[in-house]
Design a protein around this ligand. Sequence first.
Ligand code: SF4
Length: 84
Amino acid sequence: MESDEQLDRIPETLVAADLSGMRCENDRCLALAGVVGEGASCTIYELRPMVCRECQPGDPECDLARRTHGMDPLTPAEIAGAPG
Ligand code: SF4
């Protein structure tokens, strides 16, 4: 569990108004840059919250997120080559 101090380092404009998590628009976190399915990255990678750190390539949360955006689950080869 991250500390309040760690969470406070996340820019306020990227945090949901009710402080429940990251601010999202159309199922997309505002901290995400790029095009989903082509090339995207987290603009606050070093500051990202614990829930994001715990999600790993190929785990059930990863698969769900990929399905939400119309993508198949990662293959074992893709998982092996993915950043953790
Ligand atoms: S890792 Fe977390 S904070 Fe970063 S873009 Fe993804 S959901 Fe948003």
